[in-house]
Design a protein around this ligand. Structure first.
Ligand SMILES: [Zn+2]
Length: 286
């Protein structure tokens, strides 16, 4: 019982954080930075957004909260671009901290929105899993990822990979950037374990098999030869990512090229997930 309640508090803490950031968005303000040439962090302290300056125009990955869109736009302007020029937004998963800002971004720029098919139910019959309409207004989905296809933007290619677990449709991005040298950036779409205890899955009417999906999809990704990890939430990185960013003063990305960082990130999450799911087994046995 004790353990079950601990897991529930984790979920509730995550929701409390979210409510707090929606009520006080300025607390999430963070200076944008160039990851490597043509790739910029324009997210906030809480949740990541990445701007890609591609041959086909601006591509944004994740739109954060509706309440923080003004910070997103400011960050995009600070790194030298106009948010009106966003051509496409790619979404990692259906949760509101990645999608809440989409309506404003789409109305302002007229951008396309690409979404994981497996999370489309968040926008229809399970809107209760997202939050109220006032925080997550509807937007128009242009299309769903075809996981067999590389999305080619000329100087940048993005391979979406279906990595279910955190949500059924959770999608990770492997981004190949051709500058003087070619760099592979890796963003896991959803590493959060909040909501993944059996009790929480049951409570939210989601399949218990998401636990197995989470582990299986992580294990498939361990050996992807990622040069630079771009975390979906900066806090998920098992190390001093803010320190690494501070050292990336020239924007070359050299300070972010940590050998095995991707492997460490994924292995760290596998270990955390196995520990959480093990607790569920103990509860089952009782
Ligand atoms: Zn999420």
């Amino acid at each position: 019982m004790q353990i079950n309640e601990t897991a529930r508090r984790t979920y509730e803490t995550a929701m409390a954080d979210l409510r707090n950031f929606m009520a006080n968005p300025w607390q999430t303000e963070m200076a944008p930075y160039q990851v490597i040439p043509h790739v910029y962090y324009v997210g906030n302290k809480y949740v990541g957004s990445y701007l890609l300056d591609t041959s086909e125009g601006l591509v944004l990955i994740d739109a954060a909260l509706q309440e923080t869109v003004y910070l997103l736009f400011e960050s995009i302007r600070k790194v030298g671009f106009d948010p009106k020029d966003i051509k496409k937004v790619l979404i990692s998963h259906g949760h509101v901290d990645h999608t809440g800002g989409l309506r404003i971004v789409q109305e302002y720029s007229g951008c396309e929105i690409w979404f994981p098919k497996g999370d489309a139910f968040f926008l229809t019959e399970r809107r209760d899993l997202i939050l109220e309409e006032e925080h997550a207004p509807e937007f128009e989905v242009t299309g769903y990822y075809n996981y067999d296809d590389m999305m080619d933007f000329g100087n940048i290619q993005i391979q979406p990979v279906h990595t279910p677990g955190h949500t059924p449709g959770c999608t990770s991005f492997f981004i190949t950037v051709h500058n003087n040298r070619t760099t592979l950036l890796g963003m896991h779409g959803g590493l959060g374990l909040n909501g993944l205890s059996k009790a929480e899955l049951l409570q939210n009417g989601l399949p218990a098999s998401l636990q197995e999906d989470y582990l299986n999809s992580l294990k498939k990704l361990v050996n992807v030869p990622v040069d630079i990890v771009i975390p979906s939430h900066l806090s998920h990185f098992p190390g001093d990512y803010l320190g690494m960013i501070a050292n990336n003063t020239d924007g070359s990305g050299d300070a972010l090229r940590v050998p095995d960082a991707w492997k460490l990130l994924i292995e760290d999450r596998i270990a955390q997930a196995e520990a959480l799911f093990k607790q569920d087994e103990l509860i089952d046995e009782n």
